[in-house]
Design a binder for this molecule. Structure first.
Ligand code: A3D
Length: 320
């Protein structure tokens, strides 16, 4: 059987890291696409030259032509611009919406059977627009944010409790923005929910609140440190986890920006929810019950995403 084909649209910081990880994990052959001439070709060659030392079998190439992504099984989209210190993700909307149009049309014309994972910000609105421009089935287009936000939450919790992060589960709901909802009640250490751990004296409510806020600000913390761009190692790792779940039909339960139509009380929109990812793409949305406080936070997050989607419709009349 031929190796799967993985198309990476955008060969910047995240795109290059995605290519490296996909090759190291032998997930398939990688095509890096970017409008910047030389960058995808250079990164592809550089990573390919690490193959003999690492001992992976994967071919890597770079291109400026959508024809070269033909037949891709997975497309991961990072094309666009990242934020700089002082910018919010929402400030990127106008410029990245135009990018989603060309990318969506490129995928529609050359890789209509792919499982598409969008990473470009502002995430929830961009994945919605990308789906509209591409016309692919909703279950085959999703956005990466929840896996990353949850990984940040898990990392901070593992540090606080001084336990292995393998034993910490957590998930984050809602839009990938300042209104995201790290779920305390559904996050655990070895199955013990965080509120129980507070009652057991493992941490205090104040410390837990601070970790929740640090998770919400996790992207900005890294932007503030790097100054020239945003996080890329953990975002790439998170998207690879999703791509692997699809390619290997793992049926992983992962939070991602998925199309909700009747799920969690939502009608026809993309937002971060727990999902099952397998060979069918987003095969299922886990319709968890929220308590009053969680529901209020989730509603505020949904409203923020809806505002961005409306802004997209205002900019591009074909989306209205
Ligand atoms: P960067 O290193 O700038 O790479 C973006 C690449 O996109 C550049 O190489 C550009 O040349 C290329 N590009 C621009 N326009 C086009 C186009 N029309 N077609 C193809 N390629 C194009 O950015 P990055 O890799 O650090 O980040 C990429 C995106 O991911 C940004 O929008 C970030 O805000 C976003 N991001 C999202 C998360 C989430 O958790 C959702 C996390 C981190 C970054």
């Amino acid at each position: 059987m031929a190796r799967p084909k993985i198309a990476l649209i955008g060969a910047g910081q995240i795109g290059g890291t995605l290519a490296h990880l996909a090759a190291l994990k032998e997930l398939g052959d990688v095509v890096l696409f970017d409008i910047a001439e030389g960058i995808p070709e250079g990164k592809a060659l550089d990573i390919a030259e690490s193959g003999p030392s690492e001992g992976f079998d994967a071919s890597l190439s770079g291109t400026q032509s959508y024809a070269d992504i033909a037949g891709a099984d997975v497309c991961i989209v990072t094309a666009g611009v990242p934020r700089k210190p002082g910018m919010s993700r929402d400030d990127l909307l106008g410029i990245n919406l135009k990018v989603m149009k060309s990318v969506g049309e490129g995928i529609r014309d050359h890789a209509p059977n792919a499982f598409v994972i969008c990473i470009t910000n502002p995430l929830d609105a961009m994945v919605w627009a990308l789906r509209e421009f591409s016309g692919l089935p909703h279950e085959k287009v999703c956005g990466m944010a929840g896996v990353l936000d949850s990984a940040r939450f898990r990392h901070f919790l593992a540090e606080e409790f001084n336990v292995s992060m393998k034993d910490v589960t957590a998930f984050v709901l809602g839009g990938h923005g300042d209104t995201m909802v790290p779920s305390v009640r559904y996050s655990t250490v070895a199955g013990i929910p965080l509120p129980d751990l507070v009652a057991m004296g493992w941490t205090t409510q104040e410390k837990l609140d601070a970790i929740v806020q640090r998770t919400r600000d996790g992207g900005a913390e890294i932007v503030g440190l790097l100054k020239t761009g945003s996080a890329f190692y953990a975002p790439a790792t998170s998207a690879i986890e999703m791509a692997e779940a699809y390619l290997k039909d793992q049926k992983r339960v992962l939070p991602c920006a998925a199309y909700c139509d009747g799920d969690l009380g939502l009608k026809g929109m993309y937002v971060g929810v727990p999902t099952v990812i397998g060979a069918g793409g987003v095969e299922r949305i886990v319709n968890i019950k929220l308590n009053k406080e969680e529901q209020e936070m989730f509603d505020a997050s949904v409203k923020a995403v809806q505002g961005l989607v409306e802004a997209c419709k205002g900019i591009d009349s074909s989306l209205a």
